[in-house]
Every structure is written in C-alpha cells, then in structure tokens.
Design a protein around this ligand. Structure first.
Ligand code: 9MR
Length: 347
C-alpha cells in the first residue's frame, strides 16, 4: 500500500478513533433506547426464586433424593428459594417404629437448604396416608398419645429451621365432611386442633398450616376448611396458614381460585400454594400456571408457591409432564409464564 492510497483511504473513512467514538455514541443511544423502551424487562429477575423475592415471596420445589444428580441439583440451586421434602419428613419415614425416630432424609435436606440459603417447608406431621403400620393398629388414647409424641419429637427436632409446617394434611372430603380416617374415627373432631396446639408448643416460630387438595376454588371442601379456620381463630387454636396443594390439569377451572385465596387471607392467615403441578403441555399448561401465579401475587398474604418437584421425569405424575422443567431440565413454556407473572408482580 502506497502512502498516497493510504492517505486517500484516510480521507474517505473515519479514523480508528472516530470509529470508536461513533460506535460508542451508537451503543449509548441504543442502550438509552432499550432502557426507555424495555425498562421492566431490563430489570426482570432471571430465576423463579429471584423473581418471587422481588415481591417478598418464595418459590419452592418438593425435593426427592436426587441431589447427587448434577442437573437436578444445579436446577434446584439456581431456580428455587425454598424446599420441602416430598416424602422424607412424613410419619412413616420419621418414626418407622414407635418412638424410634430417623431424621436422616429430612436432616440432609435441611442442611442442604441452610448451606444454600433456602427456606424449608415441613410436610407433614399428621396425615391419614403414609402412616407406619404400628400407628394403624392403635386405638383411643394410645393413638392420641402417639400423635402428640410424633408431633412433639418431629417439630421439636426441626424447631427454628422450618418456615411453615403442614401440621395436618387432607382431613376433609370433597363434600366438606371430615375424612373418616383412623384419626377421625378414633379421636373425634378434636384431633385437628389437638395437633395444632401440640405443634405450637413444639415449634412456636413456624407458621402452622392446614393443607389440602381440590380446594382450588370456592367449593364445599374449601368452605369447610374456611369455617374451621374461623372456628380456630374464635377459640384461640393456633393456625397461621392454609396450604392449597393445587394438583391441576390444563383444563382446570380456576374461575374462583383467586377469590378463594383472598377470603382465607382476609381471615388473617397466610395462604400458600403448596404442591403445584399441572398435567398437560404447551400453551394450555402454561396458561394454568400463569393463572395460579397471578392469583397468588394478587393476594398480599399469599407468601409463596411450591411446585411438586423439579423435573417431569421424577414427578409422581410423570406421564402427565406436569412440572416446569422437562426430563432434560429444559425450561418449558410453563416456566416462562410463571417467571413473567412473578416479574410482573414486582414491576
Ligand atoms: O409425591 C409423593 C409420592 O412420592 C408419594 O409416593 C405419595 C405417597 O402417598 O405422596 C406424594 O405426595 C403427596 C403429598 O405428600 C400430599 N398431597 C398429595 C401428594 C401427591 O400424591
């Protein structure tokens, strides 16, 4: 290249310094435009836990023993701010023989949560299902004492480490009557408040929840639970929250979902979505997830959402692919819908 040609080129093109000044100006203008145009999304959180935290909520997942699987653990670490043991804190897991407690599975999860700055839901102290065999053989006062001892030892063991306990799980039928479990038949109506009082003594700091399914709107079952909460409050029985499991499908009718959460919140208890999963795929599934998330964030006392697992492949409804991550830990359309709804709440 001659001096002449290089001079000619210099006269037609901007110098290197001029280029970088132009580039800088253009980038600045683009950035300013982006900020002006897309301000909410520019600040949008990029994980479920962070997006929920922006409006003071948690976003959790039920955890089964797969923490050794790298993608499982990294997805849990990254996306979720709360955990609950899918099975490890249930009666059959924690007290397989009477008054012989095994806390290893629950302890492992609590240790993991503490190391990773996640809160813990406790699930569940008293339930008609997953009782060890020895409980099913008990009658009358022996069952009452066994229930109290179980609550005292388990809630006592984890005292101070649990944000919310599902003290009693699934005690009502769809028609609003009490489920005729061994607890109900042996102990009569008083067993639920007995359980709550015992839990309060064992862990005064945890929020104490009643948790159930098919309560996804105003119906006979949620009416019965509503009346129970009112009654407990009137008589000073400790209850702090109601869990709505929300095992749903793409065609679930959520017409009164938010109003139902709101009427419980108006009683002064917290409400939590505790076991969310939605059978289906694509836009229909995403739409149900979006509606549930929008309902929770519209209710000030709805302080958190938990999905019932991390990945479709380990779901209790695996064939219905009900979760936010597929079997390869890829984010699904439902994930994007939930994240957007959480971010909209915060903006
Ligand atoms: O997901 C849990 C599954 O692994 C257990 O086998 C099952 C045992 O009954 O419990 C499942 O979790 C249930 C939860 O504890 C209470 N609500 C309904 C959940 C789905 O069955």
């Amino acid at each position: 290249m001659t001096d002449r040609s290089s001079r000619r080129r210099d006269s037609r093109r901007p110098s290197r310094r001029a280029w970088s000044a132009l580039t800088f100006a253009a980038t600045g203008a683009l950035t300013a435009a982006a900020v002006l145009t897309f301000s909410p999304s520019a600040q949008a959180a990029e994980t479920l836990g962070a997006a929920a935290a922006e409006s003071g909520r948690y976003f959790g997942a039920a955890v089964a023993p797969h923490l050794g699987e790298a993608d499982y653990e990294s997805t849990l670490n990254r996306e979720f701010s709360s955990v609950v043991a899918e099975n490890a804190m249930k009666w059959d897991a924690t007290e397989p023989s009477q008054n012989q407690f095994t806390f290893s599975g629950g302890d492992e999860l609590v240790d993991y949560a503490q190391q990773h700055g996640k809160s813990v839901r406790g699930h569940t102290l008293v339930w008609h299902a997953q009782q060890p065999g020895w409980v099913q053989g008990l009658t009358g006062d022996s069952l009452r004492q066994a229930m109290r001892n179980h609550i005292t030892k388990v809630a006592g063991h984890y005292a101070g480490k649990i944000d919310s306990w599902d003290v009693v799980n699934e005690a009502f039928e769809g028609d609003g009557s009490r489920r005729q479990s061994n607890l109900q038949k042996q102990l009569g109506d008083g067993w639920i408040e007995d359980a709550f009082r015992t839990a309060k003594a064992a862990d005064p700091d945890a929020k104490l929840c009643y948790n159930d399914y098919s309560t996804d709107g105003i119906n006979a079952k949620s009416d019965a639970i509503y009346r129970m909460v009112q009654d407990f409050q009137a008589r000073g029985v400790p209850i702090d929250c109601v869990g709505f499991q929300s095992h749903l499908s793409s065609n679930s009718d959520l017409g009164t979902y938010r109003q139902n959460l709101q009427r419980f919140a108006d009683l002064g208890v917290h409400v939590q979505i505790t076991e969310l999963d939605v059978g289906g795929s694509g836009a229909a599934q995403a739409n149900v997830y979006r509606q549930v998330t929008e309902a929770c964030v519209a209710v000030a006392r709805c302080n958190g959402i938990t999905v019932w697992g991390v990945t479709d492949k380990y779901s209790w409804r695996a064939q219905e692919t009900p979760l936010l991550f597929n079997g390869s830990y890829q984010k699904k359309e439902a994930y994007d819908a939930v994240l957007a709804a959480l971010n909209n709440a915060a903006s």
